[in-house]
Design a protein around this ligand. Structure first.
Ligand code: DAH
Length: 348
C-alpha cells in the first residue's frame, strides 16, 4: 500500500488543525500551552512532519499541499499567540501588581537553514560516512588551477562551455590570470599539489558563470567536487561510491544510470542519472534525470601534479547542488533560492 495516503490530503490537514484548536481552547496554563506548542509547532512536531512528507508526493501535488500546510501553520501560530496573551492577561489580573520574572517569554519563530545549506550538509554527510574529507577553497581563482592544470589549456574549445567571469586585472603579458571559479574542480589540483595519495576529498562551494538567468540557470550556484586517488582505484569504485551516495540521498530503491560524457580532466568521462520514478515506486517509464558528472582522473592531470601514474589512479565527480535541492523539494525555478523571499525560505 502507498505510504501516507491519508496524511497527504488537505482534508486531513483541516482535521489536524481543528483538533489542535479544540485542544488549545482547553489549555489553562502557560505550561499546558507550551506542551501544545511543542506537539504541533515544535521542531519534531506535527507541522514539521507534514512538511517533511511533502517530498513523498508526486511533484505536481506538492505546491498546493505545501501552501495548505503553510497556512495551517500560520493559523496555529496566530492562535497560539492569542491564547498566550489571554492567559498572561488573566494571570496578571490574578496576581495584581506582582510580576513573575520566571514566566516564559513570548515565543519567537525560529529561523531555519537555507535549503541549499541543508542540501550541502546532506551530501557532505553521505560522503563523510564513506571516508571522504570536506575541504573548501578560494572563489577567486587562477586560470592556472581553474583550467590549465585541469587539461584545459589556453584557447582550448572546452573553455567555451564555462562562460567565465574574469577579474579585471592584467599581468605583464596583457592577459587576465584571475577569474571567479567556474567550478569546484580546481581544488583537486590545489590538494594534490600538496598531498601524496591516498586522497579522498569533497569540496562544497560557490561557483560563477557569466549566464543569463532563467528558471534553470543562475550566474552563481553551488557545486560539490569529489576526488579519490589511491593505488588500484577503478571505474567500479567510482560507480559503487556514487551509487551509494544516490541511495543515501534518494532512498534505497533508487535506480541509477551511467552514460559516457566528456570533461577534459577525466578519461573516460561519465554522467550519472537517477530514475526519479524509482524512488517513489511509481510505475511506468523511467524518468532519467542527470545529477552529476564524473570520470577517471586523466593521467595528464595526475602527471601535472607529480603523481606516479604507474602507481596511482583516481576518480572525480562534480555535483550540482541546486539541481539536487530542486529535485528533493519539487522546486521548478532555481532563482527562488536567491531571491531571499521569506515566504519561500520559511517552508524549509
Ligand atoms: N567541473 C564540471 C563542471 O562544472 C563537473 C565535473 C564533471 C567535475 C566531471 C568532475 C568530473 O570532477 O569528473 O561542469
Amino acid at each position: 500500500m502507498k505510504k501516507n495516503s491519508t496524511t497527504h490530503s488537505a482534508q486531513n490537514v483541516d482535521e489536524i488543525v481543528s483538533n489542535a484548536l479544540t485542544e488549545l481552547m482547553s489549555t489553562k496554563t502557560l505550561d499546558d500551552l507550551d506542551q501544545w506548542r511543542i506537539r504541533y509547532l515544535g521542531r519534531k512536531g506535527i507541522v514539521v512532519q507534514l512538511k517533511r512528507s511533502i517530498s513523498d508526493l508526486p511533484s505536481a501535488e506538492r505546491p498546493e499541499f505545501g501552501q495548505t500546510i503553510n497556512s495551517a501553520s500560520k493559523e496555529l501560530e496566530a492562535k497560539l499567540l492569542n491564547k498566550q496573551e489571554e492567559i498572561l492577561a488573566s494571570d496578571s489580573k490574578k496576581t495584581a501588581e506582582s510580576i513573575d520574572v520566571t514566566l516564559p517569554g513570548v515565543p519567537v519563530n525560529n529561523g531555519s537553514l537555507h535549503p541549499i545549506t541543508q542540501t550541502i550538509r546532506d551530501i557532505c554527510d553521505a560522503f563523510t560516512t564513506m571516508g571522504f574529507e570536506v575541504i573548501e577553497g578560494p572563489e577567486v581563482e587562477l586560470d592556472y588551477y581553474n583550467f590549465q592544470m585541469l587539461n584545459i589549456p589556453k584557447h582550448h574549445p572546452a573553455r567555451d562551455g564555462f562562460n567565465t567571469l574574469w577579474i579585471d586585472q592584467e599581468d605583464s603579458n596583457g592577459e587576465k590570470p584571475m577569474l571567479l571559479r567556474t567550478h569546484t574542480s580546481p581544488m583537486q589540483i590545489r590538494t594534490m599539489e600538496n598531498q601524496e595519495p591516498p586522497v579522498r576529498l569533497i569540496v562544497p562551494g560557490k561557483v560563477y558563470r557569466y549566464e543569463a538567468t532563467d528558471s534553470s540557470h543562475e550566474w552563481h550556484f553551488s557545486q560539490i567536487e569529489g576526488l579519490a586517488v589511491d593505488k588500484g582505484i577503478t571505474f567500479a569504485n567510482l560507480k559503487g561510491t556514487l551509487y551509494e551516495f544516490a541511495r543515501k540521498l534518494f532512498g534505497e530503491d533508487v535506480k541509477v544510470r551511467f552514460r559516457c560524457d566528456y570533461f577534459p580532466f577525466v578519461e573516460p568521462g561519465a554522467e550519472m542519472s537517477i530514475d526519479w520514478n524509482s524512488r517513489t515506486n511509481q510505475t511506468g517509464d523511467a524518468n532519467w534525470i542527470e545529477i552529476l558528472g564524473a570520470g577517471m582522473v586523466h593521467p595528464k592531470v595526475l602527471k601535472a601534479v607529480g603523481y606516479d601514474t604507474d602507481k596511482y589512479t583516481g576518480f572525480a565527480f562534480g555535483i550540482g547542488v541546486e539541481r539536487i535541492a530542486m529535485l528533493k523539494h519539487g522546486i521548478d525555478d532555481i532563482r527562488l533560492f536567491y531571491n531571499n523571499d521569506i515566504r519561500f525560505l520559511g517552508q524549509f
